[in-house]
Design a protein around this ligand. Structure first.
Ligand code: NDP
Length: 328
């Protein structure tokens, strides 16, 4: 039995609290693949889990961390063998099954994807759920038949994890991008990722007219609330917005006007459930489209000791791009 370090959320009558603990392998949950976790990453959802600001965790105790990458040490799953480098994103990891904020994990092999050779575990975690979700958004827009020739694309929450990847991936696919941000100081960062225009978050955060000037052919919205309503109202005939986030709220107080008067589509994007064919396609395209420098420009690596504090900070809007955790 080997001891390992983890961040664990325990709940008692006083509420739920996250703290660093030492654990034994025998305490891990069921699974047919064991891993040495090399890197994890901090998502908005992990911030909600460690602060308890939203009911993300579905059983206690829980090791948070919805993303992890590492090396297989034991496998009873046909697709994996000891030594394989693998990545897991979503699938209930860090919510219902012990997640990536730990040096060891035991998971179902059905949730794992082999790391594409072009990616290191650290870069895979810089991508993580955020990058996969941004890629799901791009693939949804492409399935809808949209191309950069149709007009500009808008990305909201642009300096966040999903937003940064959406800007970089859409730019790589040839789109001219308007990046919506509440952090004007991040304008240079967003331009380096490929944004052409920088738009202020406030311009979109108050309720507006049902139909507004048509500006965008496509979009990725990580914000929800009035922002999503406004960008739909500014979407051109037959355009589409891929909606994946809710940092400004779950509510959607919109009108049907863009849908029925301009043929605009709202494409829902969900990255948690294990749809392996789509996941593998997304990882292959991410490895092909993003070079190492682009990934590094969107991410920083922190030690495990810094992880809990940084995970708490994400819910107060204090993180740029992706924060990768080195479990070594
Ligand atoms: P981040 O915290 O990294 O990014 C969110 C960004 O949104 C911030 O950086 C900020 O960017 C902007 N923002 C923050 N607060 C507000 C606010 N009150 N109003 C408007 N904009 C705000 O989070 P992630 O990128 O990890 O996640 C983004 C969203 O996507 C979350 O809601 C998350 O739950 C969701 N998500 C959904 C997934 C799915 O499967 N559907 C998967 C992954 C994430 P800026 O300053 O540039 O505006």
């Amino acid at each position: 039995m080997t001891d390992f370090r983890a961040i664990r959320i325990d709940k008692d009558d006083g509420g739920a609290r996250a703290a660093y603990v030492e654990m034994r392998e025998a305490e891990l949950m069921e699974g047919d693949v064991d891993l040495d976790v090399a890197f994890s990453a901090i998502n908005y959802k992990d911030g909600l889990a460690v602060t308890g600001k939203a009911p993300v965790v579905r059983r206690f105790p829980m090791i948070p961390g919805i993303d992890l990458a590492g090396r297989v040490t034991r496998s009873a799953h046909a697709d994996f063998a000891p030594g394989d480098l693998v990545v897991a994103t979503g699938c209930g990891v860090g919510e219902a099954h012990f997640g990536g904020f730990a040096q060891k994990a035991r998971l179902s092999g059905d949730w794992l994807v082999k790391l594409p050779p072009a990616l290191t575990p650290a870069r895979a975690m810089a991508i993580g759920t955020a990058g996969v979700t941004a890629m799901f958004c791009l693939l949804a827009l492409e399935r809808h038949g949209l191309t950069p020739r149709d007009g500009d694309a808008v990305v909201t929450g642009a300096s966040g994890g999903v937003g940064s990847f959406a800007v970089a991936l859409l730019a790589r696919a040839g789109w001219r991008i308007a990046a919506v941000t509440g952090h004007p100081a991040e304008a240079d960062y967003l331009k380096r990722l490929g944004a052409a225009d920088i738009l202020a978050r406030d311009e979109f955060s108050a309720p507006g007219r049902l139909l507004q000037t048509q500006r965008f052919a496509a979009g990725v919205d990580t914000v929800g609330g009035a922002t999503l309503v406004n960008i739909l109202a500014q979407t051109r005939f037959d355009g589409a917005i891929a909606a994946c986030g809710n940092v400004a709220g779950m509510e959607f107080a919109g009108s049907v006007a863009p849908f029925i008067l301009r043929g605009v589509s709202l494409l829902g994007v969900e990255s948690v459930r294990p749809r392996m064919a789509l996941r593998r396609a997304a990882w292959a395209r991410l490895a092909q489209d993003l070079d190492g420098d682009a990934i590094d420009a969107m991410s920083e690596i922190v030690s495990f000791d810094q992880a809990l504090e940084r995970a708490r900070a994400i819910v107060t809007d204090k993180i740029r791009g992706r924060v990768v955790i080195d479990l070594g």
